[in-house]
Design a protein. Structure first.
Lengths: 271, 360
């Protein structure tokens, strides 16, 4: 019972949070991320997924409402304190001057004045992100997929020796081939589980979200339209979200897979 | 999983260790040695020949007066050469900082109008302040120019930071165009000063637009050194954070860097370095652009190495340029600013050509 309450402890809490970007309003968002929880954000393009993630990461100012991290107002955390407990992987992140990959990865730990294990952690983080062979190369000489792996390694290095942290990632798998997508998803899962880090990830692939994440946040038109467990019951909500029909398949291991069909077939189905 | 990770990591580790220990401190040493060699060599050149005995007069404690050539060596050429090195180091450092701040190798205090802003402010102080019937003590006058030049540079830096963000955040094109506008504004202010100046002020003013190290002395060199040492100490503390800035401002904040504070610190430093260099030697262009670029090409883009190497490289470049400038037309002396601009402009065009893919 005691175990249960500690794992269910709130890590990040949004309380009627709103934001305004230009003329577009987002929110209000009400949600709680528990410790070690794995949450995927899904939604059509332009729905406000990245905006929600930026509200979680304090990159965007809230126009109303409160964000609390570890039961303390997020705005009152210093950047240095936050960087020890929370890593953020933005969607497209270039690196100026073509810094070397080793240096890019080690920058995840730049706020530590004394860091004796640095080169060790950089190597292990690179290995975990399938980027060990990229060490020593210039970042700007890498392909998009390779750059994504190095950036992921930087996130891994940042929270390598921490526990109960939070990882916010915006489409970490977008530039990767299917094999690497599975490998990196497995690495991300293993990394977070070992350290009890919570993950909040924006994803495009419904199957990735269903397999590696236990909870789905569905975002549409700047609103949180559903906050559900990722199981078979989520399928109708996902169909509504993308306005498509989904066919469910079970593979030999019993994993649920979905295949999108044209919206017209769905219209036929509902008719 | 764990085992395969550590095995995969073994090869890169040995490579990594070799690279860190091998080439990296090497370039700094090579630069330092070339700088000392250039310093010793450059004092040989000039109208008056310097002999080996002249070097030894330092150890001659008798009351004999110095010979002409040893006087030239100890009181003219050496302070001049040292001054050139220190001004070059200040310019190299401000260039490396500016490029790091704006995350682009084309950003340069000169192109962005910081130097011109400092010169315009200094020009205003020459024309306006000396025209006012204020009783300013002589001992203050020496400090008025650096302080006004610093304020001009600071003003331009903050304007750049604001305006470029407002036009198009993060784009080098927006930044360079803002620089053009600020340069034009500063040129207009300088032109107004020229128009209003008396004959004597006009001579002083033309000094700023040309750039010269003729004002060198032991005192000037000493003052610049006392400025550079704390500046370097300050930069050392934020040098790793400068690397994080290369990730972009949002990502730098996520790894724990207070980007706002870092930016304003770098801006003040660039303004101090540029302002003082301009106040004492006028507008010397392109050293701040070329020095960091060369060291980055030779030894990689890690700011922890780029900044100290840029200082040495800047010192070396300006020393060579100044030696050529004062020897090419003996007994006359070409202002070194003309020289660096002649060599630097084509260099900038080459840089632009190489960066053309990223400019659009």
């Amino acid at each position: 019972m005691l175990m249960k309450t500690t794992t269910q402890q709130s890590l990040l809490q949004l309380d009627a949070v709103c934001a305004r970007l230009g003329k577009k309003d987002f929110g209000p968002f009400n949600l709680t991320i528990a410790k070690a929880e794995k949450v995927a954000i899904l939604g059509p393009s332009g729905a406000g997924k990245s905006t929600l993630l930026k509200l979680l990461s304090r990159e965007l100012k809230t126009s109303r409402g409160n964000v609390a991290f570890q039961s303390r107002a997020l705005a009152s955390w210093s950047l240095m304190e936050l960087s020890r407990l929370r890593a953020v992987l933005p969607q497209n992140s270039d690196v100026a001057f073509g810094l070397e990959t080793d240096l890019v990865i080690s920058l995840g730990r730049v706020s530590r004045a004394h860091d004796p294990e640095l080169s060790n952690i950089v190597r292990q983080a690179a290995g975990m992100a399938h980027a060990a062979h990229l060490l020593g190369r210039r970042f700007d000489s890498l392909s998009g997929g390779e750059q994504a792996r190095v950036q992921l390694a930087r996130i891994f290095a940042q929270l390598w020796d921490q526990r109960d942290g939070l990882i916010l990632v915006d489409e970490p798998l977008a530039a990767l081939d299917p094999g690497l997508q599975f490998d990196l998803l497995a690495s991300l899962e293993e990394y977070a589980t070992e350290r009890q880090h919570a993950i909040v990830a924006i994803l495009h692939d419904i199957n990735h979200a269903m397999q590696a994440f236990e909870r789905l946040l569905l975002v549409k038109n700047g609103q949180l339209v559903a906050d559900i467990a990722s199981n078979r019951e989520a399928v109708p909500a996902l169909e509504d979200l993308y306005d498509i029909a989904l066919t469910c398949i079970h593979n030999e291991e019993g994993d649920l897979l979905v295949t999108p069909l044209r919206a017209s077939s769905r219209a036929r189905k509902s008719a | 999983m764990k085992a395969s990770v550590s095995m995969a990591g073994e090869l890169p580790q040995s490579l990594h260790a070799k690279r860190v220990q091998g080439s990296r401190p090497g370039l700094l040493l090579v630069l330092a040695i070339s700088l000392i060699a250039a310093l010793l060599l450059s004092v040989q050149f000039g109208a008056v020949p310097v002999k080996l005995q002249d070097w030894l007069t330092l150890f001659n404690f008798s009351d004999e007066p110095m010979t002409g050539s040893s006087y030239v060596l100890w009181n003219i050429r050496l302070p001049r050469a040292l001054f050139a090195v220190l001004v070059g180091a200040a310019l190299g450092m401000s260039g490396a900082l500016t490029q790091g701040l704006f995350r682009n190798p084309l950003a340069d205090p000169n192109l962005l109008g910081v130097t011109a802003g400092a010169a315009a402010a200094a020009g205003l102080s020459i024309v306006v302040l000396s025209g006012l019937p204020l009783p300013i003590p002589m001992s203050w006058r020496m400090w008025i120019l650096p302080v006004t030049a610093f304020s001009g540079a600071l003003l331009v830096c903050f304007a750049l930071d604001r305006v470029a963000r407002w036009i198009s955040p993060g784009s080098i094109v927006g930044l360079l165009l803002t620089g053009i506008a600020l340069n034009a504004l500063a040129a207009a202010v300088l032109g107004l000063c020229t128009y209003l100046a008396t004959d004597e002020q006009l001579r002083n003013l033309s000094f700023w637009t040309l750039g010269s190290l003729a004002g060198a002395s032991w005192l000037a060199a000493g003052l610049l050194l006392t400025l550079l040492l704390p500046a370097w100490w300050w930069v050392r503390r934020m040098i790793s954070a400068m690397n994080a800035l290369a990730l972009g401002e949002a990502a730098a904040a996520h790894v724990g860097i207070d980007v706002r504070r870092l930016r304003s610190q770098v801006i003040v430093l660039v303004a101090v370095l540029t302002g003082f260099a301009v106040a004492w030697c006028g507008m010397i262009s392109f050293i701040s652009l070329v020095a960091p670029h060369l060291v980055r090409t030779m030894g990689g883009p890690d700011q922890r190495q780029v900044i100290p190497r840029s200082m040495l490289m800047g010192g070396l470049l300006l020393l060579v340029a100044d030696t050529v400038a004062r020897c090419i037309a003996i007994p006359a002396e070409v202002p070194v600013g003309i020289f660096t601009a002649l060599l630097g402009s084509p260099f900038f065009l080459i840089l632009l050509r190489n960066a053309r893919g990223r400019l659009a």
